[in-house]
Structures are given as structure tokens and as C-alpha cells.
Design a protein around this ligand. Sequence first.
Ligand code: 4NP
Length: 154
Amino acid sequence: MKPQTNILFVCLGNICRSPMAEYIMRHKIKQAHLEDRVSIDSAGTSGWHDGEDMHKDTKKQLAKHQIDHFGFISRKVRKQDWDYFDYIIAMDNQNLKDLERLFGKNTEKLFNVTSLCPDLAYDHIPDPWYTGNFDETYQLLDQCCDVMLEKLTR
Ligand code: 4NP
């Protein structure tokens, strides 16, 4: 692993899926004692919720799994994110398309989170803003983050 690896999770609103991925992944990184070597952040392609906290049901879901949910501030993806982050990980195909339009294609650095877990029932993380199913979001992201941790420590 590089001395410092920076990971950015990206969804549309940056209040439901990517904050959940951010906090789950940070939790796993802490459990693996890698917090000095891996930093995690998240952002949205839309900027619609800039400055807001994460969705209350994302918080509830994290709390249910004894994962911290404090100190979050939603933000939009920035041009400079490309140079800073080693991995930029999208929640669905539209996020990926929007990011590729902004940054160009680079399958090593920029990919869909579900590509980490090809055996899942989905090729994207269904948006709980529309489905209301935050349990499903958690279950899917937890599996993808396990594989991301494995990828980092390999
Ligand atoms: P997220 O979900 O992309 O997982 O944060 C959404 C949050 C807000 C909206 C859409 C999706 N919205 O339309 O405001």
C-alpha cells in the first residue's frame, strides 16, 4: 500500500449512499488499524445538499450498526478531487458517467462500487432516497467495503 491512500465515495446528493459508504469504510479502516494510512471522504455530483448533514435514516442505519455518524457536511465533487484522491468510487452508473465527463475515463482510479462485488444482485447501489430501503443500502455497502479493505491490504 502507498504511505497514504485517499478514497472518495460519490453519489448524487451526498446525503444517503456515499456518506454511508464513507462512514462504514472509515469504521473498517479503524478496526484494521489503518487510520494513519487511509483517508476517506465523500461527495455528490449534484451539490443539491451542500452544507447539510447526512440523511436521518443514513444516521439511523449507521447507529444501528454501532458506527459513528457525527461531523458530516455534504459537498459537491470538485475538479481538484482528481489529483488528491487515489480512488473515486461511484454508487451507480449515472454517477460514474457524470464523473467520467468531469475527469475522463480511468478504470483503475474511477469505478462503480458494485464492481468490487460482481456477485451482488445489483450492478449499482439502489438509491434509498427513492426506495426508502436504507437496510439494503447498508448490506450492499458493507460487502463492497469489505472487498475494498481487502484490495487495500493485498
Ligand atoms: P444520494 O440520494 O445520492 O444517495 O445522496 C439522494 C439524495 C437526495 C436526492 C436524490 C438522491 N435529491 O433529489 O435531493
